[in-house]
Design a protein around this ligand. Structure first.
Ligand SMILES: Cc1ncc(COP(=O)(O)O)c(C=O)c1O
Length: 410
């Protein structure tokens, strides 16, 4: 059948090509997106969407930030890739930027969050090698990636089902429960691994005292602390890295998502005491830390500094929270608003996926995770008017749900 609108035909053809040629491992909305700028995306028919969860936090500085675009263009003309057996000045510069903003140590570069966590898991096993220490204690409801090692570390059965046997030597305890963690640590433990705020698990937070106690426990048992800052890192919570909120320091930190401003890059940062455990030949990544990705990440740091992004997160993060709390007071099916900075979640007593679908109909992209937690994670460059627009859409959707509930007697 001939379509009246050529742009729709283009969209249909794209969706059809996916159906035929792309492995269906993702649930997708029927949207074909062709362009992005700041907090906005455009589809193949020219319709505009307010993106309130840009790239699952990859596009943390918004889509196509001009400084990042310029850096990529410039670097693409100079040198795109270089094997890690040579020196590339940008990798050294990026490592210095990360270490300067976090803690004394060294970086290993890879291409994703899962790979950064895989590197961290290898390093902590290496630290325990020869002493019979190989066990990693991770958290229930955590998320660390989709490789076999990282789905094992991920404390959610739904990501593991059908892929067993999983990696031996990983145990899980409830996040925020220092007693349970203390009981899980034994003479075989080499590390504790956690996210400062559980993202995919539903924006779950723990008290600052918990992190202080975890640090103390790791020190007293002589084991390493891995903080997965893949989602929380690079300013999202109102600090460069979320652990900085708690006055402690991890031994290992993993990064990805916003680090590359949209370009694939991951990093594992290891404190000075452990950084040299991975000697030549022990770990590698062909693409890791290539000049193009490093140029994008350096430009991301520059933009964060020059544009006062972290200040914006603190200021407008508070504003976003206030708006979300206001909605929670109006609609009793909002159970809780939680999180920090621009990593907020609204825990709902209604179907989160339905809310996401209704927001999409009104031109807003967002996401629901965990147990019906609506994620409010805009670009860190978002403007106040864009927050107002997003919260007005969410309010409209809640209104419709509330009226529906009244008429059905719920
Ligand atoms: C905390 C955390 N760690 C690791 C990952 C995995 O990152 P990637 O998808 O880049 O492998 C994610 C992805 O959502 C994440 O949120």
């Amino acid at each position: 059948m001939k379509s009246k609108k050529p742009s729709t035909a283009r969209g249909d053809a794209t969706i059809e090509s996916y159906a035929r040629y792309v492995i269906p491992s993702y649930g997708r909305s029927p949207l074909v997106i062709v362009r992005g700028k700041g907090s906005w995306l455009w589809d193949s028919e020219g319709k505009k969407y307010l993106d309130f969860f840009p790239g699952y936090a990859v596009s943390g500085l918004g889509h196509c930030h001009p400084k990042i675009v310029r850096a990529i263009k410039r670097q693409a003309e100079q040198l795109i890739h270089l094997p890690n057996i040579y020196y590339n000045p940008l990798q050294g510069k990026l490592a210095e930027l990360i270490v300067t903003h976090s803690f004394p140590g060294k970086c290993f570069f890879c291409n994703s969050g899962a790979e950064a966590n895989e590197a961290a898991m290898k390093l902590v096993r290496k630290s325990g090698h020869g002493r019979g220490r190989y066990e990693i204690v991770s958290m229930l409801e955590s998320f660390h990636g989709r490789t076999i090692a990282t789905i094992t570390a991920t404390g959610q059965k739904k990501y593991q089902e059908g892929f067993g046997p999983l990696l031996p030597g990983v145990v899980h305890v409830p996040f925020g429960d220092i007693g349970a963690l203390g009981r899980a640590v034994n003479e075989k433990t080499c590390a504790v691994m956690l996210e400062p705020i559980q993202g995919e698990g539903g924006i779950k937070v723990a008290r600052p005292e918990y992190f202080v106690a975890v640090r103390r426990l790791c020190d007293s048992k002589g084991i390493l602390l891995i903080m997965d800052e893949v989602q929380t890192g690079m300013g999202r919570t109102g600090e460069y890295f979320a652990y900085q909120r708690y006055g402690i320091r991890p031994d290992i930190m993993t990064l990805a998502k916003t680090l590359g401003g949209g370009v694939a890059i991951g990093a594992m940062v290891a404190g000075s005491r452990y950084a040299d455990l991975l000697q030549p030949g022990t770990h590698a990544s062909t693409f890791g830390g290539n000049p193009l990705a490093c140029a994008a990440a350096i430009a991301t740091f520059a933009a964060i500094e020059e544009e006062g992004i972290i200040k914006n997160v603190r200021r407008l993060g508070n504003y976003l929270r206030t708006q979300a709390v206001r909605l929670s007071a109006r609609f009793p099916f909002v159970r809780e608003v939680r999180g920090e900075g621009f990593m907020l979640g609204m825990h709902l007593a209604i179907d989160g996926k339905m809310v996401v679908a209704e927001c999409l109909k009104r031109g807003m992209l967002t996401n629901s995770t965990g147990d019906n937690v609506l994620r409010l994670m805009p670009a860190m460059t978002v403007k106040k008017q864009e927050i107002d627009r997003a919260m007005s859409i969410v309010g409209d959707v809640f209104d419709v749900v509330a009226k529906r509930n009244v008429s059905s007697g719920v």
